[in-house]
Design a protein around this ligand. Structure first.
Ligand code: 4NP
Length: 159
């Protein structure tokens, strides 16, 4: 199927759609909400697995977003679908395992740009590691990585 995605469409994909991808979605929505073109964007997140399907994000992701951007992300966990590959121009993973899984589930003819979000990090931390077994400081680190990378992404691709 041919892509119907505009360039201003971003899907964040981690393993569980529970910790990292909702963090990135929350950060990116906050950043885009301050842009003149905010209504043109499609932003979502999903998981490789369905383990947290139907659940709100991890409490530590929600608490971090609340303290940093002033509110929680209104998102219910879901697994990536075949449709996503045609609906989003950018599909960002967080570690090499995510990228390998996203690529292995990719339908034929997919034109999405699939890459590590960390490729944009000016501090060159290519991997945004799983925070599930970490404490709040690890979630703060994920928040900071997401914000650095997404700032650089917008500057590189959309300024
Ligand atoms: P995420 O983190 O991929 O950043 O959402 C994880 C969440 C849950 C699990 C693993 C990683 N889990 O094993 O349930």
């Amino acid at each position: 199927m041919a892509s119907s995605a505009t360039k201003k469409s971003v899907l964040f994909v981690c393993y569980g759609n529970f910790c990292r991808s909702p963090m990135a979605e929350g950060v990116f929505r906050d950043m885009v909400s301050q842009r003149a073109d905010k209504d043109e964007w499609k932003i979502d997140s999903a998981g490789i697995s369905d383990w947290h399907e139907g659940e709100y994000p991890d409490e530590r992701t929600s608490a971090t977003l609340e303290s940093k951007i002033g509110h929680r992300l209104d998102h219910i966990g879901r697994q990536i679908t075949e449709d996503d590959y045609n609906k989003f121009h950018y599909i960002f993973g967080f570690d090499e395992s995510n990228i390998s899984d996203i690529n292995s589930m990719k339908p034929a003819g997919c034109e999405a740009v699939i890459q590590l979000l960390g490729e944009f990090d000016p501090q060159k931390q290519r991997v945004i590691a799983d925070s599930y077994y970490g404490d709040m400081s690890v979630f703060q680190r994920v928040y900071n990585q997401c914000r650095r990378c997404l700032t650089a992404f917008l500057e590189k691709e959309f300024s």
